[in-house]
Design a protein around this ligand. Structure first.
Ligand code: NAP
Ligand code: GLV
Length: 308
């Protein structure tokens, strides 16, 4: 049987060594060297090959090499093929680092100080104590819950919003559309860590921004498709929002003439908040392949009806 890998070559070599050690009979191939398509049972990819299921009729598992699966057409997967999203610990560690960096930057007015530096203005802005600052995370999954945990030592008032109700020690939680406005009404620093689905596309819009207190900061580490960019520009212009820290964009790479590049209240990074660790990803695949071969439950299985 064949394991077909279609992603970054360096990561592929790490996976090849680890998988061949664990499963000596597995034929590990790197795209486009597919070999006999009838032998392909497992595919790991960011964007899958076209006509995945027609091309590989014996397919059993698809591994997303990242946490998100919005790049994959879930409707094209037959019900017998399971899609697994990546949940290796390096992804959560990276997101906790980046999320903490961004929350602290917003809390300590770094976007405003960067702009003051550009204008050579030595000006001290009022400081706010962490326990007077409310941080809210949209999405309380592996990454959102991990970030909230990392923020605990700083003393912020922590809040979270998810689809189903959650109990998280030290975090005030809200769930579903009915509790969204109540959640937002108290948030100074809003972090989006939702998956991109039909329900969450465009969720960061003027309605959400207007439900926040004045001068809130938006941190988007989910997907560019969550954000209505025009609504963000309007909210920054009207001072409804004081700044935005964006790791993702609707079009990546961000077009050179996009207003975010030079916006005085926007800090940009090029989709680097967290990246799957090569070794951690290989361990995730080995564990799940072992379980699959032993008919045991898998981790990170995507529910196509929910879209994540
Ligand atoms: P996850 O474990 O599947 O968690 C998703 C969370 O979002 C869950 O708490 C879920 O609620 C909530 N949610 C989903 N739909 C919702 C809705 N309609 N309303 C309210 N809450 C909703 O995902 P994860 O591993 O934490 O990853 C989250 C996302 O981060 C990924 O999908 C990806 O887009 C993004 N990401 C970005 C980067 C980057 O570098 N920028 C890196 C990795 C991942 P329930 O708990 O009730 O199910
Ligand atoms: C990166 O954005 C991921 O989904 O892992």
């Amino acid at each position: 049987m064949t394991f077909l890998f279609k992603s970054e070559a360096r990561r592929g070599e790490v996976w090849r060594m680890r998988l061949q050690k664990e499963f000596p009979n597995l034929d590990f191939r790197i795209w486009p060297d597919v070999g006999d398509p009838l032998k392909v049972k497992y595919v790991a990819c960011w964007v899958p090959p076209a006509d995945l299921c027609q091309e590989f009729p014996k397919l059993e598992l698809v591994f997303s090499v990242g946490a998100g699966v919005d790049q994959i057409d879930l409707s094209a997967l037959p019900s017998g093929v399971k899609l697994l999203r990546m949940t290796e610990p390096g992804l959560a560690a990276g997101m906790s680092e980046y999320g903490t960096l961004a929350v602290l930057a917003a809390h300590r007015n770094l976007p405003a100080y960067l702009e003051l530096q550009r204008t050579r203005a030595w000006k001290q802005l009022p400081a706010v104590a962490a326990n007077d600052r409310s941080v809210g995370v949209m999405g309380l999954g592996v990454l959102g819950a991990g970030l909230l945990d990392s923020l605990k030592p700083f003393g912020f008032r922590l809040h979270g919003w998810s689809r189903s109700p959650k109990v998280i020690d030290g975090v005030t939680t809200f769930a579903g559309p009915d509790e969204l406005v109540q959640f937002l009404s108290r948030i100074d620093i809003l972090v989006c860590l939702l998956p991109l689905t039909d329900e969450t596309r465009g969720i960061l819009n003027s309605t959400i921004f207007n439900a926040l207190p004045n001068n809130a900061c938006l941190i988007n580490v989910g997907r560019g498709g969550h954000l209505i960019e025009k609504d963000l520009l309007d909210a920054l212009a009207s001072n409804k929002l004081c700044c935005a820290i964006l790791d993702v964009a609707n079009t990546e790479p961000l077009p050179v003439d996009h207003p975010f590049w030079t916006h005085p209240k926007v800090v940009l990074t090029p989709h680097v908040a967290s990246v799957t660790d090569a070794e951690g990803g290989a361990e995730f695949v080995v564990t799940n392949l072992r379980r699959h071969l032993a008919n045991e439950p898998l981790t990170g299985v995507v529910d196509a009806s929910r879209g994540y």
